[in-house]
Design a protein around this ligand. Structure first.
Ligand code: G3P
Length: 217
């Protein structure tokens, strides 16, 4: 499973990129607001930090305006092939997904919460689809709702041979990363805080201490 970082904060992206295991970035309007920067201001910098797909979300809601904004974003980064247009899982979003996909522009259909939604996005040629794990768990008060959703979408993808890559999104903790991997997600997009938790384990720290103490003797 590939690992993306889910943030618009360039310092976090740069620090995570140093690990050498991050192959893409996802942003959204909430993450941009948190970073205190605008999409236009930050997107070129993000593209220079990671050599992989970078999702930039349209904020318009009609098909016509989303399509126009998508092209503005693509133009603003000089047609960088890693730019990925993030579109909402709506009727208009699906229409724009089909249009952009046919033009060879990568798309990421976001806010996916069901298999039928995933089917629409995959049929529309989405390069990526983003089911939200944390928000599924919040809504259905079941710590495995997100896991089950990804597992079902991965199974449908396998049966029909869809090419869209599943990005497990709305990841809140390392258990979600584990569930995403076991459910068959192609990618998990992970907040910086959770990436840092991924290399920690109490027994690793204890073990290291034991070895270091032994080597001093
Ligand atoms: O990847 C989508 C993510 O940024 C949303 O996360 O925690 O607001 O559900 P959250």
């Amino acid at each position: 499973m590939k690992l993306f970082i889910d943030t618009a904060i360039t310092e976090e992206i740069a620090a995570a990129a140093e690990l050498g295991v991050i192959s893409g970035v996802t942003t959204n309007p909430s993450l941009l607001a948190k970073s205190g920067r605008t999409l236009n201001d930050v997107i070129t910098e993000i593209l220079s930090l990671v050599n992989g797909p970078v999702s930039a979300e349209v904020e318009e809601s009609s098909a016509e305006n989303m399509y126009r904004q998508a092209h503005e974003i693509v133009n603003s980064v000089n047609f960088n092939p890693n730019i990925t247009i993030k579109l909402p899982m709506t009727e208009d979003g699906i229409k724009v997904c089909r249009r952009l996909s046919s033009e060879g522009i990568m798309t990421n259909v976001t806010l996916v919460f069901s298999v039928p939604q995933a089917l629409l996005a995959m049929e529309a040629g989405a390069e990526f689809i983003s089911p939200f794990m944390g928000r599924m768990d919040d809504k259905y008060a079941d710590a495995e709702s997100g896991f089950k959703l990804i597992k079902k979408i991965a199974e449908v993808k396998r049966i029909y041979g869809y090419k869209s890559k599943i990005i497990a999104a709305s990841i809140r903790h390392t258990a979600h990363v584990e569930q995403a991997a076991l459910a068959g997600a192609d990618i998990a997009t992970i907040p910086f805080k959770v990436i840092k938790q991924m290399y920690c384990h109490e027994l690793t720290e204890n073990g290291l201490k034991i070895f270091r103490d032994a080597s001093k003797k």
